[in-house]
Design a binder for this molecule. Structure first.
Ligand code: GLN
Length: 189
């Protein structure tokens, strides 16, 4: 199995480390040509969704990546990556550009300033008590009929899947717990 990790901005190294520790080959997607590499799935990491969106547009990667996801390429978006996959953002900054392939509505920076960063423990799909790190995190305010909710924290949806797309508002790559990445890999398997 070979997973591409979008590496234009944000926390991509940690995703590579976790996947490699699980015996999965990874490579970095930094430019358009990298999208032609053979891959079984792609990770869109956390970072700043407006910056990643702008870079994807400037590098000519937005449409090709969107087409691959719409054609069924498995994708896992964390935090900013989740925002990029959402087809609706309740509070976008002006001119925010998105992949918009997943039928969910998200709220950016949803926890306000005081709760900019926090930890929680919650169930994720079949996994019990998964440690979760939130950093200026969004949450999902609405999911479409095709999406399945995988995790909720304090009444807010923080993980969901829809067909080939998986999203988490938290950063599983910043904990030692590998179950969320394993869930993604198993969904491809
Ligand atoms: N607040 C960021 C955004 O809107 C996401 C934060 C993160 O990825 N840790 O893009």
């Amino acid at each position: 199995m070979r997973i591409g990790v979008l590496a234009v901005q944000g926390a991509f190294i940690e995703h590579r480390q976790i996947l490699e520790s699980l015996g999965t080959e990874t490579f970095e997607i930094r430019q358009l040509a990298d999208l032609n590499e053979p891959m079984d799935g792609v990770i869109i990491p956390g970072g700043e969704s407006t910056v990643i969106g702008k870079l994807l547009t400037d590098l000519g990667m937005m449409e090709p990546l969107k087409e691959k996801i719409q054609a069924g390429l498995p994708v896992f978006g964390t935090c900013a990556g989740m925002i990029l996959l959402a087809d609706k953002i309740e509070n976008p900054t002006q001119k925010q550009v998105n992949l918009g392939t997943m039928d969910i509505t998200v709220v950016r920076n949803a926890y306000g300033r005081q709760l900019g960063s926090f930890h929680a423990t919650a169930d994720f799909g079949p996994s019990k008590e998964v440690p979760m790190t939130f950093i200026r995190a969004p949450y999902i305010s609405e999911v479409g009929p095709k999406a399945e909710i995988l995790s909720e924290v304090d009444g807010h949806i923080v993980a969901a899947r829809q067909d080939n797309q998986l999203v988490t508002a938290f950063h599983p790559e910043l904990t030692q717990d590998t179950r969320v990445h394993e869930y993604f890999l198993n969904s491809i398997g």
